[in-house]
Design a protein around this ligand. Structure first.
Ligand code: ZN
Length: 476
């Protein structure tokens, strides 16, 4: 090699290194401005309200879905009416933007439903204020039903303090705190029933939403978020698990084929959502670590996010890190000096409040930020060491532009970002799509970023019309 060529190579290397260094430095310098709305939400979420809600829900004796519906003091009906009244109180601060409804249906006989039973969700909807964003919906839920040993025992005491008064209380507290603030997109705060009877309430809501053609951009379920001393003896008050699936539950074989061919098994929309929650949660709630779990739910188990995943919407589950099975789905009793049962004395209310904060800041940024870019593609058939990305332009008036993010293929989270301005195509020079994963996110004038969209491959014969091949943002 001639000295001139060597020098040219060295210069190129230096240029590349300084670009990477600049990108990292830019990320450090400019985290989204510490939004006043978000700071207020973090401050206003109060563990004392969460404790009161949990103790009140426990006071109904049982909230089994098959229990009494018309007794004012005991059973799921009493819990339903109390929650409805509490969400209505929360809505008072919204100036008419939050509406509350009881969404009921009759569940026919089923495996865990011995006779036809009314299942009622309490649904509080905080309408988005930006016309271009108000149809974009975020759903956060907990389940207010409970069970003891048998899911069909409607008589036994089933306090359900952790499973799942904790999640229900977190959602009610978020509704109370967030109703005061305006968001561009719509947020639905929901307490569902029938979870222990096979995700009945959540499935009903998701199916109704599908039939109404709602655009649900993300769903969070909070289920078992209050115990900080595990059955394994480990005390952890500073972490929460966020479960996300890698390969979408609703994917067709053809879509799965495409995903396999480009190594997208770790880049579903739900997984981008989990990465987003980790980034926002740890930024605004620094006392909490978001432990991403790369699976749909705990081993062989399920939750209320699944009916949403099955209908093609990104969804995740929040749960404490170390579970204590002596305090879940147990008849309340003492055996050999050991207390069994899901009692409030085993719930760490300050921890539930922190999990609620992680939820709330993530929801707030989602509902303040632009939508995820649509139609994101990568030109896959051009043999090149450059990577060319394309997407459709967002419609929000406060859009500032886009960022390309990337990471090595074995990295768990996005490690680099580069602002590229208000464009709909960008080429990463000298960075091969073979060696990195790339994604695109939208950013608004306040610095709020959308979750990342992982591109679909766009073949040579599709290049003439880049926007026609993709109609949804949810996959891969
Ligand atoms: Zn549960």
């Amino acid at each position: 090699m001639t000295p001139t060529k060597l020098l040219a190579r060295a210069l190129l290397c230096l240029l590349l290194l300084s670009t990477i260094a600049n990108t990292i430095a830019a990320q450090r310098r400019s985290p989204a401005p510490r939004n006043r709305t978000i700071a207020a939400i973090v401050r206003d979420i109060d563990a004392r309200n969460i404790e009161q809600t949990i103790r009140k829900l426990v006071s109904f004796g049982t909230r089994n879905t098959l229990s009494e519906q018309n007794d004012p003091n005991r059973g799921i009906g009493a819990a339903r009416d109390w929650l409805y009244a509490e969400f209505l109180k929360a809505a008072e601060a919204s100036g008419g933007r939050m509406t509350v409804e009881k969404q009921s249906y009759e569940q026919p006989k089923a495996a865990r439903v011995p006779q036809p039973t009314i299942v009622t969700n309490i649904v509080a909807t905080l309408k988005g204020t930006q016309p271009e964003s108000t149809d974009r919906i975020y759903v956060v839920s907990g389940h207010y039903d409970s069970m003891c040993n048998s899911p069909t025992d409607a008589k036994c005491d089933a306090p359900g303090a952790n499973d799942d008064a904790s999640g229900t209380a977190a959602v009610l507290e978020m509704a109370r705190v967030m109703a005061k603030h305006e968001f561009e997109a719509t947020i639905v705060f929901m307490a569902v029933a029938g979870e222990e009877q096979s995700l009945l309430g959540a499935t009903h809501f998701a199916e109704q939403a599908k039939q109404k053609n709602w655009s649900i951009d993300a769903m969070f379920t909070n289920d078992i978020i209050g115990n900080t001393l595990g059955g394994n003896g480990v005390r952890d008050r500073g972490s929460v698990r966020v479960f996300s699936e890698g390969v979408p539950s609703n994917e067709t074989p053809a879509e799965a084929n495409t995903r396999r061919s480009v190594g997208g098994e770790n880049d579903s929309a739900s997984r981008q959502l989990a990465r987003f929650i980790k980034e926002m949660g740890e930024r605004y709630v620094p006392q909490m670590k978001v432990m991403m779990i790369y699976r749909r739910d705990r081993y062989g188990r399920g939750g209320d996010h699944i009916p949403f995943l099955e209908r093609g919407w990104p969804a995740v589950r929040f749960t404490e890190v170390n579970e204590e099975f002596r305090h879940q789905h147990q008849n309340v009793r003492v055996e050999n000096g050991v207390q069994f049962g899901d009692l409030p004395e085993f719930v760490d209310f300050a921890y539930v409040a922190n999990v609620a904060r992680v939820n709330a800041v993530s929801l707030a940024v989602l509902a303040l930020a632009p939508a995820r870019p649509k139609g994101v593609t990568i030109l896959s058939q051009r043999l090149s060491n450059d990577t060319e990305l394309r997407w459709e332009v967002n419609k929000e008036p406060d859009l500032a532009g886009y960022e390309i993010v990337w990471r090595e293929t074995t990295a768990a989270v996005w490690t680099n970002a580069q602002a590229v301005g208000k464009v709909t195509t960008f080429t990463m020079k000298g960075m091969s799509k073979d060696n990195y994963f790339f994604g695109v996110r939208a950013i608004d004038k306040d610095g709020n970023r959308s979750p990342v969209v992982y591109p679909r491959p766009l073949g040579r014969n599709q290049q003439a019309n880049p926007t026609s091949s993709t109609s949804t943002t949810s996959a891969p």
